[in-house]
Every structure is written in structure tokens, then in C-alpha cells.
Design a protein around this ligand. Structure first.
Ligand code: URA
Length: 198
């Protein structure tokens, strides 16, 4: 196991050992930590697992996940090169929105995951994860725009996108989301060029 995988396993173990969100843990089948490449340039952060994700213990594998896959493909990105997780790691009953206190409780674990993976960009999917990185912002005004923010001791680049589930049955939002996905490799290239100049 790579060092990163060991550290990510430790985060999972801590969530369980700390009895994190016991009410959600009681009704959930699996703790859905995240999946993908631990050396990824891009980490996607959704909201919380749904029914399929809860059953299989993997993020974004239902309808929204299939749509996410197709947008990745459209942007020339394979799912195996990115890492995907959620802000809340147990399924809320009946797919209700995660509560503010649930997001707050899971936030330190998400921070640790990002510290371990250290991606070039963090892509938030929907307002639930966006509001933690970019508080007070409106997704309709800033979607698809890279934002450099202070994050703990370092600075990171966050790209807020609409949530695939919101765009699934909304034609115009679908188009916007597809267009925003295509920007991601370009944003990474620009960041790499900036790094080279340093
Ligand atoms: N929606 C999310 O936000 N996350 C998932 O894992 C699945 C659907």
C-alpha cells in the first residue's frame, strides 16, 4: 500500500473510531470515503452518497455518477486519473440534503483527505461543498471559474461546478456543466505553466 493509501485508510479508521455522525452511521450501509487515484491532479467533491453509493461503498456510481463519467470523457479525462469523494460520507436517509452540522462534522476529515492527495485543483460539485471553500458565493455567478483560496497553511485552487444531479434533467444546465468540464484540463495546464515560471 502506498503511503497515501495508508494515510487515507487512517482517516477512515478515525471516522469510525470517533463515532462520527452516529445517526447517519446507524441508517447507512457503508461509509463512502472516496475512490480513485491518490496522486490525482483533480479531486471532485460531491454532497453525500445516494442509494447506490451507500449499497456499494463507492461515490458517484448511480445516475449522477454515469453523467459525471460522460462529462469527464467529454473533457478527455478518465475516471481512473481523478479522485472523487463527498463532503458527507454516510448517506442521509431518503436522500435528504445533508444538515449543516453533518457537513461541519465531516469537514476536518475532508481537509485531511485533501492534505494527503494534494491535488492541483479541487472541483466542488454543487453548493453543499462549494459553500465550505467559497463561503457567501453564488454558484450561478462563479461556476467554472478557478478561485485561489487560503486553505490551512497552504493555498489551493477551487473550481466550483454545478452538481451533476441538478443538471441531469435540465438541458441548459447540462450544456453549461459540459462546457465547464472542458475547461478543467485547460485550467491545469495554466497552473502547470505558472509553476514552471516560479
Ligand atoms: N451525489 C453526490 O453528491 N455524491 C454521490 O456520491 C452520489 C450522488
Amino acid at each position: 500500500m502506498s503511503d497515501k493509501q495508508t494515510l487515507l485508510e487512517q482517516i477512515r479508521a478515525d471516522i469510525i473510531a470517533n463515532d462520527t455522525c452516529p445517526d447517519l452511521a446507524k441508517t447507512a450501509t457503508n461509509l463512502v470515503m472516496g475512490d480513485g487515484n491518490v496522486d490525482a491532479d483533480i479531486v471532485f467533491i460531491g454532497e453525500a452518497p445516494g442509494k447506490n453509493e451507500d449499497e456499494q461503498g463507492l461515490p458517484f456510481i448511480g445516475a449522477a455518477g454515469k453523467f459525471l463519467d460522460s462529462m469527464l470523457e467529454g473533457a478527455g479525462i478518465t475516471r481512473s486519473e481523478v479522485y472523487i469523494t463527498n463532503i458527507v460520507k454516510y448517506r442521509p436517509p431518503n436522500n435528504r440534503d445533508p444538515l449543516p452540522e453533518e457537513k461541519q462534522t465531516f469537514w476536518p476529515y475532508l481537509v485531511r483527505q485533501l492534505d494527503v492527495i494534494a491535488p492541483k485543483i479541487v472541483v466542488t460539485l454543487g453548493r453543499h461543498s462549494m459553500e465550505y471553500f467559497l463561503p457567501g458565493q453564488k454558484i450561478s455567478l462563479i461556476h467554472g471559474q478557478p478561485k485561489r483560496i487560503r486553505f490551512g497553511q497552504s493555498r489551493i485552487v477551487v473550481v466550483p461546478l454545478y452538481h451533476p444531479a441538478a443538471a441531469l434533467y435540465n438541458g441548459s444546465m447540462r450544456t453549461v456543466l459540459n462546457e465547464d468540464f472542458i475547461k478543467l484540463p485547460k485550467i491545469i495546464k495554466i497552473l502547470e505553466k505558472e509553476e514552471e515560471k516560479k
